[in-house]
Design a protein around this ligand. Sequence first.
Ligand SMILES: [Zn+2]
Length: 143
Amino acid sequence: MRSISSVKTQYHVSFSPCSAFKLCTIFVLAVYTLAHELYPGKFRPTITHSFIRLLAEKSLLHICFTQNIDTLERRAGVPDHKIIEAHGSFATQKCINCKQPFDGDKMKEHILQKKIARCESCKGYVKPDIVFFGEGVRIVIYD
Ligand SMILES: [Zn+2]
């Protein structure tokens, strides 16, 4: 793990509150650029996704554990409660400050128009619930 001083040296960044805000803005811009490229709808479920749906319809699917973030399992018709998206997905989003959920249709509109969504409560940035390097993966416990 690199220290903050090595990051400062490599990127010539000073970590004042102002620059921390700029780094946050750069991070959010990167998230939205990625989201625009990967946003669901540009790709279609494969026959394998359909096979997983078929297993669910026949009550043969216990759980679909995926590290994909593209929601193709959902688009194929696999029930939400049968899917664990370990790296999150574009299916939900929330404010990075207060964690308030953000409407999916509004988020889609923002991403497709390359506009950054802001929280309706605290005006913080809204981020799709995808997991980035350095963030913890989702932990789900089932009985
Ligand atoms: Zn908020």
